[in-house]
Write a protein of this length. Structure first.
Length: 183
């Protein structure tokens, strides 16, 4: 039987591919970290003991590479297993609302109007895939909730990044002045 190609299946493949790229970049970081740790003696031999702080870059690459690989594996698992953790966390159903599943391949194959992840309490008998009352399922969509969280978190991350940059800027300027004076 031929495989049905839907935008949903294509999105799953795209997300799996992107998680693969992220995992590869993490593996490259781990490799760079190992290379940095193995070459410590030659770095201190060439640059002297005053550059010993550079030796910590290898540790940083190792840690960041491992974290990147773990997060990409978690993302890949969520995509392939179609984890409903996001639905349960956001307390939502569908992109716009619970009617997004009407006429979909999900409804055609299961006969249900919505997936179990839309239920407020998954174990209840009233959540049978057909009952659409407000006390049984989350009727609002996930897009606007996810957009709101993204806007809130991006503001926090941007503020943190700008704060870190402001703290590092005097050190960068002092290093530049020292380099010019020695040069």
């Amino acid at each position: 039987m031929a495989e049905i190609h839907t935008p949903y299946a294509s999105l799953k493949k795209l997300l799996s591919l992107l998680n693969g790229f992220v995992a590869m970049s993490g593996i490259i970081l781990v490799g760079l970290g190992i290379g940095g740790k193995c070459g410590e003696a030659s770095v201190t031999g060439v640059l002297g003991l005053s550059s010993a702080y550079l030796l910590h870059v290898g540790n940083l690459c190792l840690v960041m590479g491992c974290v990147t690989v773990l997060l990409s594996c978690a993302g890949w698992y969520g995509v392939t297993k179609e984890s409903r953790g996001m639905l349960l966390f956001l307390k939502c159903c569908g992109v716009n609302n619970y009617t997004d599943f009407s006429g979909s391949s999900f409804e055609m194959t299961t006969g249900h109007t919505y997936p179990r992840g839309c239920c407020k309490s998954i174990g209840t008998v009233t959540c049978d895939g057909r009952n659409v009352s407000t006390n049984v399922i989350h009727q609002k969509g996930c897009f606007h909730k996810l957009l709101k969280i993204t806007k809130t978190q991006s503001f926090t991350l941007s503020g943190g990044s700008l704060g870190a940059a402001a703290i590092q800027l005097p050190g960068i300027l002092a290093t530049l002045l020292l380099f010019i004076k020695l040069g």
